[in-house]
Design a protein around this ligand. Sequence first.
Ligand code: NAP
Length: 315
Amino acid sequence: MHKAIIIGTGPAGLTAAIYLARANMNPLIIEGPEPGGQLTTTTEVENFPGFPEGIMGPDLMANMRKQAERFGAEFRTGWVNSVDTSKRPFTLQVEGQGELQAEALIISTGASAKYLGIANERENVGRGVSTCATCDGFFFRGKKIIVVGGGDSAMEEANFLTRFASEVVLVHRRAEMRASKIMQDRARENSKITWALDRTPLEVVANDMAVTGLKVRNNQTGEEEVIETNGIFVAIGHTPNTKFLGGQLETDETGYLIVKPGTSETNIPGIFACGDVQDNKYRQAITAAGSGCMAALDCEKFIEGHAVHDWSQSV
Ligand code: NAP
């Protein structure tokens, strides 16, 4: 039996772990298949406050983990198969760890950026393929960039990237876009954005060093062509990692957990959410970390007032 279990080890989960460990709550943190979360797939992080020279994403996450361990946080590796939220203590079935119980849960399982699933794409993440304009746009100063997608994210990223790029080519698989009119209009008014609509991405073209182009099929003519580029930003959406919850917590229509505004509280008392799993909008390491702090403070307060176990008898 644990006071608090944190599921997920991105900036949100690790910040919650630091706070709960420092408050003597002995949190157990379940580390999934991508320890450290999305930041471990990026290179240099230049916008996390406190690192004037920047810091590599994996180093930042390793530091946060060490900081949590220093205060007594316990880490275990495992895949959470299911959670029974119907009564407290909550019961988790965890691959490799068996059944675990906790007074309170913090869900910080993040969201995974969707990839196109085309040849050479995954191999070139960090070498020209990115799913985060805010993180990586700066590295493409004066270069030609492709943004793939036809939703609001793609419009927003294309506009943002014109701050750095000499040209942004927006590649979308259909002639119509699903982005809102206002976001489309904004992109259309931007003279640095050119359009390659009705083009289906087929393959990332790269040499030994970096990405050099994107092979697409022109859906009108059926012909294949290579659009030359130094960077490909895939902006086709994110999937919040909530499957293991089996629909027991309230989500919005896109699957993100809903928290009570200004708090980390889900619809089930004792279960808190932080980071990208409940944030469809900001999705930054620093906002995730901030929400992790909120979850830890909310969780601590909850346990003080609602513990089912008599912790005064525990060593
Ligand atoms: P989205 O609306 O689901 O759009 C995803 C886009 O990617 C679609 O155009 C889709 O093409 C394309 N796509 C999906 N899978 C693909 C594949 N395998 N190959 C090629 N293209 C593919 O996702 P989103 O743009 O991330 O937006 C998600 C939500 O956040 C929306 O509700 C959006 O309004 C909101 N959002 C709002 C703002 C804002 O207001 N500032 C900014 C960002 C996001 P098809 O259209 O052909 O399916």
